[in-house]
Design a protein around this ligand. Structure first.
Ligand code: GLN
Length: 244
């Protein structure tokens, strides 16, 4: 199937509430990397009260506890639908606060436990310390294998069952600053603490997600043509291993 006839649809969950530290940059990256290849993108910003349509890829950004409280109750209404989407191989990317709501629950420092939608077998409890700084992660599924980004969270996330991390923390704290894991993945669901925004500096991961979304839509593996990522990879490589 030639690339020009391809399309993916992206559902952006609650961008007015969860879009901390420029997480919208992830949507811009996915959209541009598709458009540069002649792949059409249907972008669907989903607000509180909206019905959620079927999409190939869903994205949710991060936010302070207050925004998470506003979104959690609304997102929970769509738990069954989004779990079905997960089981139909839709791609999900959740950043920080959005990642936390992909798990079973997030227990903020003050206030009631927020129910998550259990796309990932993880849970999060707020810690006393806020993790702030650069992060480098070593993955076993990307080329180059590294992911770089910025973390700012007090939540401590713990993986359960057969949930795999995105990778091992080489620099920074990651999920909880204890078990050297960062992020989580199960089926085509990916969660991470990496802001920055994440995908502009990690074209390897952006293309990985686009190929998964195309495979979900067309039922076959579609290998994307390479782009000139000299600038993106120079930025990526300048951050690998950097704490400050
Ligand atoms: N409020 C959550 C925490 O502090 C998530 C923060 C974020 O999205 N950066 O852990």
């Amino acid at each position: 199937m030639k690339e020009g006839s391809l399309k993916i649809s992206i559902g952006h969950l609650y961008p007015k509430h969860l879009n901390l530290y420029g997480d919208m940059g992830n949507i811009i990256t996915l959209t541009k990397r598709c458009e540069w290849r002649g792949i059409d993108v249907e972008y669907d910003p989903i607000g509180v009260g909206d019905r959620i349509k079927e999409h190939d890829l869903y994205f949710i950004g991060g936010g302070q506890d207050r925004q998470q409280i506003e979104v959690a109750e609304e997102l929970y209404k769509h738990k069954e639908f989004l779990q079905e989407e997960r089981d139909n191989n839709a791609v999900f990317l959740g950043i920080c606060g959005g990642y936390q709501l992909f798990g079973h629950y997030y227990q903020p420092f003050d206030g009631d436990k927020l129910k998550g939608i259990s796309l990932l077998d993880v849970y999060t409890v707020a810690g006393k310390k806020r993790f702030i700084g650069n992060v480098t992660v070593e993955t076993d599924f990307l080329t180059p294998k590294t992911l770089v980004g910025f973390e700012n969270h007090s939540g401590l996330t713990y993986l359960q069952g057969d949930t795999k991390p995105l990778g091992e923390v080489a620099v920074g704290n990651g999920n909880n600053g204890e078990d050297k894991t960062e992020g989580a993945q199960y089926k085509n669901v990916f969660g991470t603490y990496l802001h920055g925004s994440l995908l502009p500096k990690n074209p390897n991961f952006a293309d990985y997600l686009i190929e998964l979304a195309l495979e979900k839509r067309y039922g076959e593996k579609i290998v994307l043509k390479k782009l000139d990522d000299e600038l993106e990879l120079a930025t990526h490589n300048s951050l690998v291993g950097k704490a400050y």
